[in-house]
Design a protein around this ligand. Structure first.
Ligand code: PBG
Ligand code: ZN
Length: 329
């Protein structure tokens, strides 16, 4: 059929029909809210480059988690910021550490909330890199050993899922092995398998106080020019035992989400990162765009690309803006 018999506008005119034939949707269950908790804070502090987001105190993060649970958000991903950072990052894996305490407290107060723990070293190391540094180089294998211990400590604290975001080679296998040895055979791993060295992370580094003190992350995070490498990263993490794959950033990487979704049968998600949040917030504050419409459209684009779940700083707002399980069609 072709024009004049074919008239694609026939299905667009009536709003009920338009909705009925909608192909993709954002559902509330897709959304994961990232939260930051900082040790030693008496009061939560707002993050300047991420309006509406906070470094929560240990007390306040519980209140926030409970609010999210009430709003019907099913999951959070947690980032811990210790009071002081050092060169060995030992605190990251300590049973009494800031994130371990928060995981346990949130699970106790909100047992229905799925708690994902981000596993990395950059928040704990004074130089801000995602692995141990010797003579100016980020060391792979030493970092992997520490990361596995961190993941285990989060599992012991009660995390439902661990999500390594460091981009060291072999860390998924090391984490899987250590979890298995310690009776966490059934604890799933979301691998930040495809994480690009991106300018979109800048506001997060303010939030997590984790900007690298020297150099950048290009020796471990991926070059934005690469597609085939994303498939290799994903394949190797699947071979190592990842249960789910994550693409990061999200907005400028829809092609990568799509490629992964086509090739792998496991769930593929994306992380709509701090810079995506900051740029829409900033433009909205200036009155240049409509924040709600923009957020619904960008998140729909992530779903269309193939994301099963979305880590997004708008999770709470999306749940507030729309009642019910369907956020947008
Ligand atoms: C660190 C980490 C980063 C993010 C999640 N985990 C930043 C980075 O690699 O510098 C980015 C999240 C965001 O920008 O919202 N391992
Ligand atoms: Zn890191």
């Amino acid at each position: 059929m072709k024009y004049p018999d074919l008239r694609l506008r026939r299905l667009r005119e009536n709003p009920l029909l338009r909705k009925m034939v909608g192909e993709h949707a954002i559902l509330k269950k897709d959304l994961i809210q990232p939260l930051f908790v900082k040790e030693g804070l008496s009061q939560s502090t707002s993050i300047a480059s991420m309006p509406g987001q906070f470094q929560f105190s240990e007390k306040d993060i519980l209140v926030e988690a409970a609010k999210l649970e009430t709003l019907g958000i099913s999951s959070v991903i947690l980032f811990g910021i210790p009071k002081t950072k050092d060169l060995n990052g030992k605190k990251a894996a300590s049973a009494g550490g800031i994130l371990q305490r928060s995981i346990a407290a949130i699970k106790k107060k909100c047992p229905k909330l799925l708690v994902i723990a981000d596993v990395c070293l950059c928040e704990y190391l004074s130089h801000g890199h995602c692995g141990h540094v010797v003579k100016g180089r980020v060391q792979n294998d030493e970092s992997v050993a520490t990361l596995a211990k961190i993941a285990l400590s989060y599992a012991r604290a009660g995390a439902d899922v661990v999500a390594p975001s460091d981009m060291m080679d072999g860390r998924v296998a090391a984490i899987r092995r250590l979890l298995d040895k310690n009776e966490f055979k059934d604890l799933p791993i979301i691998s930040y398998a495809v994480k690009y060295a991106s300018a979109f992370y800048a506001p997060f580094r303010e939030a997590a106080e984790s900007a690298p003190a020297f150099g950048d992350r290009q020796s471990y995070q991926m070059n934005p020019a690469n597609t085939a490498e994303a498939l290799r990263e994903a394949q190797s993490d699947m071979d190592e035992g990842a249960d789910m794959l994550l693409v990061k950033p999200a907005l400028a990487y829809g092609d990568i989400i799509y490629r992964l979704k086509e090739k792998f049968s496991c769930p593929v998600g994306c992380f709509s990162v701090s810079g995506e949040y900051a740029m829409i917030k900033a433009a909205a504050q200036k009155g240049w765009i409509d924040e709600k419409k923009m957020v619904l459209e960008t998140h729909l684009a992530m779903k269309r690309a193939g994301a099963s779940f979305i880590m997004t700083y708008w999770a709470k707002d999306l749940a507030r803006w729309r009642s019910g399980d369907v956020i947008h069609v």
